[in-house]
Every structure is written in structure tokens, then in C-alpha cells.
Design a protein around this ligand. Structure first.
Ligand code: HMG
Ligand code: MG
Length: 306
């Protein structure tokens, strides 16, 4: 059995929250079912945030209600506060995620409070989730740059990530929200974080704004990270990060890791089909080069048959 890496599929949340067209719960659930059928075991299903701030995530309770519960399959949702947690628990989420930032300016615009206030807000969220036996993931945004503040000192990332770990987050995802990083910066960041946190508690979350996301994932892999956030078809962005594009495409990571002999447990053809499904509903073209290459190869094979 080859060594394993784990993908956390965030397309139905991080991706769809930034698409101009809001998709109904039935289509969002249809996407998530297809992702699960492709072999993804950790899927973000939505967010219990203000529908005024992020209208695309309204109806996350209806999405969860439609999803088949299967052993070994985790449906996670973002919650910014206790109200979000109550809604997530009532809807049957199997994991929740809290989110803060390494940049004060970004945190204010994203969740309307300082970093310290957000950590204080999360304290009762983690206590209640623990009491219900629901694991909590933590996100730190702007780990390699901020759209409002520019450079972000590594020490601020380490402080925010350690704060989330102290509260009890089982996994901390480091988000390059604006896709500013390059591999050397990723290595520096992970080395700094590893002085305070075990590497197996860290995940990475790269947006692909400058086309560096795959290279950054490889750098993180070489540093010892084994959990990677990605979006099918490269869906995504962040509504509070102007100009940020989608997450690294899940198809690219499956192709990369399987090519390196690492087991993802994901069937690439089914994953591409899940991306085609959501792209049809959004009226967009895939941002995944792997998906594009497969489409082109299938077109050639079919034209040779006729
Ligand atoms: P606020 O204005 O400070 O708080 O917003 P509030 O308590 O005054 O509430 C404002 C409104 O939200 C009220 O409704 C509340 O009822 C409602 P209104 O009076 O306007 O009708 N409300 C809620 N509604 C539903 N669910 C809730 C909830 N709480 C309050 N849980 C708040 C604070 C956090 C609510 C707001 O700022 C918010 O919802 N922000 C959402 C931010 C967001 O979702 N951003 C995108 C996700 S983060 C991300 O993408 C980065 C990541 O991918 C990593 C990376 O790439 O870096 C994770
Ligand atoms: Mg993101």
C-alpha cells in the first residue's frame, strides 16, 4: 500500500461562495454526492454565515439534509460564531470549521472583528462542539500576504495558528488567500509553524492566483504536510479578497500525487465528471488543466471511433 495524502475538497464552499451565480441546494448536494462517489472523504458542504454577507451559502442546512450519511465520510461546514455552530449541529454536520486570519485588516473585513476577538468568539464554539463530540478544524487566512495589508509577518501566522490549536482545533489549515506565495516562502512558513505545532496537525490551502499553487503544494509535501485543501475544477476565490482566483484544482493534486506514487483514494475520471456537472450548472469553463486534457483526449478518441 502506497503512502497516503488526504484531500479536503472545498469546492462546494470556497468555490461556490465566490461564484456570481448562486446554485440551489439540490445542485450543491448533487455536486457533493458526485465528489463522494469519486472517493473524496473530507468534503466542505457549505457555511453557516450571514446570508447578507455571503448569499451563495444560504440554504446550507438544505444541502446537508439531502446528503447520504456514510461511514468514513466527513461533511464539514464553516461557522463564524455560536449561532452558526447551533445551526450546523441541528443540520447534522460531522465537522465544523472556524476561521480567523494572520492579518487584522482582512479579519475585520471578513468577519468584522479583530483576531483576538475572533479567538474569544471561538472559545464557546469549541467547548460546545467538544461536548457534542464534533471535531473542529481551524483556518488561518492571509498566511503569505494580505489583499489590504500586503506583507504578513510569519510570526503573526504562527500566533494565530497556535491560538486555534490551544482552543482545541484538531487541524489547522494555512490559507494563502490571495495566492501570493512561492515555494521558498511556503518552506519558510512551515518551518516557522513547525516550531510551535506538529506538522501532522497542519493542512495547506492554496489559491492559484499566480499559478503557483501546485508548486506550493509540492513544497509543502516535501516539508512533511499530508493534508491539502483543493476545489474541483478550480472553483473558487474569496468574496473578501478582490482578485483572488480559485483554489488549486483537485484534479491537479490527484494527478500530481498519484504520479508521485502517493495514494489519494480518488478516481480521477469521476472527479472530472463531478467538475463537469458543476461547471454546466454555473455556465463556466473548467480551470483545471488536467480536466481540459482529459476532455481533449476523449474528443480525439471519440472522433477516431466515428
Ligand atoms: P456582524 O455584522 O459583525 O455580526 O457579522 P452580527 O452579529 O451583527 O450579525 C450580522 C447579521 O448576520 C445579522 O443579520 C445576524 O442575524 C446575521 P441581519 O441583521 O443583517 O439580517 N448572523 C448570521 N446569520 C447566519 N448565520 C450566522 C450568523 N451570525 C450572524 N452564523 C459575521 C459577523 C461573522 C456573521 C459576518 O461577518 C459573516 O457572516 N461573515 C462571513 C464571512 C465569510 O463567510 N467569508 C468567507 C469564508 S472565509 C474564506 O473564504 C477563507 C478560507 O477559504 C481560507 C483562505 O482562503 O484564506 C477559509
Ligand atoms: Mg480559501
Amino acid at each position: 500500500m502506497s503512502e497516503a495524502v488526504r484531500l479536503v475538497e472545498v469546492g462546494a464552499r470556497d468555490g461556490l461562495q465566490n461564484e456570481a451565480r448562486s446554485l440551489p441546494a439540490s445542485v450543491r448536494a448533487g455536486l457533493i454526492e458526485r465528489l463522494a462517489d469519486a472517493g473524496l472523504t473530507h468534503i466542505e458542504a457549505g457555511a453557516f454565515v450571514s446570508p447578507r454577507w455571503v448569499p451563495q451559502m444560504a440554504g446550507t442546512d438544505q444541502v446537508l439534509a439531502r446528503l447520504p450519511k456514510r461511514p468514513g465520510l466527513t461533511y464539514s461546514v464553516l461557522v463564524p460564531n455560536e449561532r452558526g455552530l447551533s445551526a450546523a449541529l441541528a443540520a447534522g454536520a460531522s465537522e465544523v470549521a472556524v476561521f480567523t486570519a494572520a492579518s487584522e485588516a482582512f479579519n475585520q473585513r471578513n468577519i468584522n472583528c479583530s483576531i483576538a476577538e475572533s479567538l474569544a468568539r471561538f472559545e464557546p464554539v469549541l467547548a460546545q462542539a467538544r461536548a457534542q463530540g464534533v471535531p473542529v478544524r481551524g483556518y488561518v487566512s492571509c498566511v503569505l500576504g494580505c489583499p489590504y495589508q500586503g506583507d504578513v509577518p510569519v510570526a503573526q501566522v504562527v500566533r494565530a495558528a497556535s491560538g486555534l490549536a490551544r482552543l482545541g482545533c484538531h487541524e489547522i489549515s494555512l490559507g494563502d488567500t490571495i495566492g501570493a506565495g512561492v515555494p521558498s516562502a511556503v518552506r519558510q512558513l512551515l518551518s516557522a509553524c513547525a516550531t510551535e505545532l506538529p506538522l501532522d496537525q497542519l493542512a495547506v490551502h492554496f489559491h492559484d492566483t499566480q499559478g503557483m499553487a501546485v508548486a506550493n503544494c509540492l513544497a509543502a509535501l516535501e516539508q512533511g504536510v499530508r493534508v491539502f485543501d483543493s476545489s474541483v475544477s478550480g472553483l473558487g476565490g474569496c468574496p473578501y479578497s478582490p482578485g483572488a482566483t480559485g483554489n488549486v484544482a483537485s484534479e491537479e493534486l490527484v494527478y500530481l500525487f498519484e504520479g508521485l506514487g502517493l495514494n489519494t483514494g480518488v478516481d480521477l475520471d469521476r472527479l472530472v465528471a463531478a467538475g463537469d456537472f458543476v461547471d454546466r450548472h454555473l455556465g463556466r469553463a473548467t480551470q483545471s488543466r488536467v480536466a481540459r486534457a482529459r476532455h481533449a483526449a476523449n474528443t480525439t478518441i471519440n472522433s477516431e471511433k466515428t
